[in-house]
Write a protein that binds this ligand. Sequence first.
Ligand code: CA
Length: 237
Amino acid sequence: MGSTLDLQPAQVLVIEDETEIRELISLLLLRQGHRVQQCSTAVEGLEQMKKGHFDLVVLDWMLPQMNGLEFLRVMPNPSSIPVLMVTAKAEPKDICEGLEAGADDYLTKPFEPSVLTARVRALLRRSQRQPNESSDGEPAEVLQIGGITLNLAAYEVKIHGEPVHLTPSEFKILSEMMGSTGRVLTRDHLIEVVQGEGISVTGRTVDTHVFGLRKKLGSEADWIETIRGVGYRIRAE
Ligand code: CA
């Protein structure tokens, strides 16, 4: 199957104050068949969002007046519109802050055009599926990527059809990641996922679970990508 054919054209809002970068991003998106609205400030972006519907926002961080982080805090429907943050800030603590504020993924400048389009595709593919539903509208009880099949109802994971035994924490982490393919999940987020039953969880605990999980996934382990200093994600193909 073609990588772009499975996607419906999307309405994308690009908020970036540097003209050259804004136009480059817009051009890349237009080539993928999407419709693009360009804005040079977050304030203008908010006005556009009041006027029309958008499927995705590509958001610069460093913007005049209102910055990208502030935009994330006030934007309408933050949970239903995926946001890809494009930023010159490459420090893990900044990236974590952006993701915690509601960005779904990020890209550091300068970026490779092909990486931008791949990230956009991953975010759109996820949002064009109804949450927790598969393409036929049935609740998605079975998640699959590469040779990994995860059955939520049966609490079962198979690698190339062979069952593997995961601990409850490993299962929770894997199902969270497989349910949001392409999205970066911070350690803090995964701590919340594993937390409960009176166990104290730290970022280190999460790393240990992911280490264990990778061992058990064997040949499929490299679906899990480490985002240094930030967290993890399942690669989007
Ligand atoms: Ca900027």
